[in-house]
Design a protein around this ligand. Structure first.
Ligand code: ASP
Length: 592
């Protein structure tokens, strides 16, 4: 097809182009016929330009009358000054006085109108993703994603890292989540797995001497989906030899600094603050604290203050080794209605109610006030630094549950009273996680991070302990990067020693034989001069989502899966032919 190829994009033209003869190619985003005077908004990924067809141009009118939304056209004409300026778009001061118009392709009536404020359901947007991606907002998200990719490549090149690809077809190894499996045609009855992450490969690359590895890689986890999860997602995966935690922190902080600067022009503050896991639980009730909450709302633990309390719930908590803890909210009038809502909120976590008192003009009021002795009141004033109108909420019971619920209450209050500055970005490191948790259902220890994570040196000797509380007290050389209440990256200094790795495998319930069968390759590698090493893997989708100001990572992934883990556009997963199944020696025994 011969057609007039574009001289400019639909986002290019300004007053400085007045009287230029130009050609634009793009999609019809809007068409208005004002009694013979036709206006068309022509769109491409760079922007929108208004085309004007005056009533005297009969032939152009005939073509224009055929145009539907999303037709692809070529339009040649003169750049002229626009009468009614549109200050909302960069090309808003000009328009094109059209002399030639060609239809390059037609479009069926679209299932939804392609506009930023899209009205379509998510299902429809996913099914017709090519239309959805024509929206400027979506295009912008992909452009930001590309920016982050380029920064990552440039940054690591400068830092002396090597980008190395690792296989997509690999051995199924228990890494935490469920594997996606790929049957082998040649080796009947055997399966590859898609990598949950390139964890084992990157460690083996360290054994191979590639001491600074990086890869922007796809990871696959067969999990039930939540808004911030996808079955396939992208990580910036890195690993380094001869490093400690601080080295990993430094590289990661510099990476984040560069990403934020390139993608949004913001210079974030480094180094990031560090909190141990135990302190996170103690002060924020979560290992992913959102530090943007105004008013310094933190958890306070009040057992000491209430040692002599006669108030039954407090007495109960103290005799059962539990905790009495609270948070204070200052300078905000909290109505009875909101307190009722907050009470319902904590009841969902299994608490009978939410204790509270108010403090104003040096006076205590509210349901708890009458149970407080003068000494307790005095200590509470000191503990919460009460010096203005405040409400203090108190829960008592199991320490972890009290902390977690107060942590959620803190966020609920922040949301209710808009105490979070959404445009702020607050990073922090969380360190010293427990190495193991105990899985009650399976009756065994499980790695809190993954099984290659090393214990902190001062805890190494406890790997030989047969006491549960000692094993659970082991702290790991492991860290998370948290941003605004969300885990952005996870990593650790790894075990590089054959004997220690075997011990950890044994502790999580793998016999020597099972460990050999599942992880023999990495155990063997550790016997050929494995260097000390460690790494981290920031989640790229979450980073881009934050930079684009969206909560859902599917907004920054070109072709995401729906919440039912299906691709609505290409209708996968789909059935395959009997011939394909036969080649793989696979028989489907049930449809569901
Ligand atoms: N492979 C780990 C993960 O995906 C990250 C790491 O430890 O480097 O969580």
């Amino acid at each position: 097809m011969n057609y007039n190829k574009r001289t400019h994009t639909c986002g290019d033209l300004r007053l400085s182009n007045l009287n230029n003869e130009v050609t634009l190619n793009g999609w019809v985003a809007k068409k208005r016929d004002l009694g013979g005077l036709i206006f068309i908004d022509l769109r491409d990924r760079y922007g929108v330009t208004q085309l004007k067809i005056t009533p005297d141009k009969k032939q152009l009118h005939d073509i224009a009358s055929k145009l539907g939304l999303e037709f692809v056209i070529s339009s040649k004409g003169m750049v002229i000054k626009r009468e009614s300026i549109n200050p909302n778009i960069p090309t808003g001061e000009i328009e094109i006085d059209v002399n030639e118009l060609q239809i390059l392709n037609e479009s069926l009536p679209t299932p939804f109108i392609v506009e930023d404020d899209v009205k379509a359901s998510e299902e429809l947007r996913f099914q017709y993703r090519y239309l959805d991606l024509r929206r400027q907002k979506m295009a912008q998200n992909l452009i930001t994603r590309n920016k982050v990719f380029q920064t990552v490549h440039k940054f690591f090149e400068k830092e002396g890292f090597i980008e190395i690809e690792t296989p997509i077809l690999m051995k199924s190894t228990p890494e935490g989540a469920r594997d996606y499996l790929v049957p082998s045609r040649i080796h009947k009855g055997k399966f590859f797995a898609l990598p949950q992450s390139p964890q084992t490969y990157k460690q083996i690359l360290m054994v191979a001497g590639m001491d600074k590895y990086v890869q922007i890689c796809k990871c696959f986890r067969d999990e039930d989906l939540r808004a911030d999860r996808q079955p396939e997602f992208t990580q910036i995966d890195l690993e380094m030899s001869f490093v400690d935690q601080d080295d990993v922190f430094k590289v990661t902080e510099n990476l984040m600094y560069n990403i934020w600067k390139d993608a949004s022009g913001i210079e974030i503050q480094t180094p990031f603050p560090k909190y141990t896991y135990d302190d996170c639980i103690k002060y924020f009730g979560t290992d992913k604290p959102d530090l943007r909450v105004k008013g310094e709302i933190k958890l306070h633990h009040l057992n000491k203050i209430f040692t002599n309390s006669e108030f039954a719930p407090f007495k109960d908590a103290l005799t059962n080794n539990g905790s009495i803890s609270g948070i204070s909210v200052k300078d905000i009038q909290i109505s009875r209605k909101v307190i009722d809502e907050l009470t319902e909120f904590v009841k969902k976590s299994g608490f009978g109610g939410l204790g509270y008192f108010k403090f104003s003009n040096n006076e205590f009021s509210g349901p708890l006030a009458k149970f407080l002795s003068d000494t307790e009141k005095e200590s509470l004033i000191g503990e919460f630094e009460l010096n203005s109108d405040s409400t203090v909420f108190i829960l008592s019971g199991d320490y972890k549950k009290v902390c977690e619920t107060l942590g959620s209450l803190r966020l609920k209050i922040a949301e209710t009273f808009q105490l979070i500055n959404e445009s702020d970005d607050k990073f922090l490191w969380v360190t010293d996680f427990p190495l193991f948790a105990f899985d009650e259902e399976e009756g065994r220890y499980v790695g809190e991070h993954h099984v290659f994570t090393s214990p902190k040196p001062e805890f190494e000797h406890l790997l030989d302990s047969d006491k549960k509380e000692e094993i659970l007290s082991i702290r790991a050389n492991c860290y998370d990067l948290v941003l605004n209440g969300q885990e952005l990256a996870s990593g650790s200094i790894r075990i590089h020693n054959y004997e220690m790795q075997k011990k950890v495998f044994n502790l999580i319930g793998l016999s020597d034989e099972e460990a050999r069968q599942k992880f023999g390759f990495i155990l063997d590698a550790f016997r050929y001069g494995a260097p000390p090493h460690g790494g981290i893997a920031p989640g790229l989708d979450r980073i881009v989502a934050r930079l684009c100001g969206v909560k859902d990572i599917r907004e920054v992934i070109a072709f995401p899966k729906s919440t039912s883990t299906a691709s609505l556009m290409d209708e996968s997963p789909s059935i395959v032919s009997d011939k394909q199944l036969k080649e793989l020696s696979i028989k489907i025994t049930s449809e569901k």
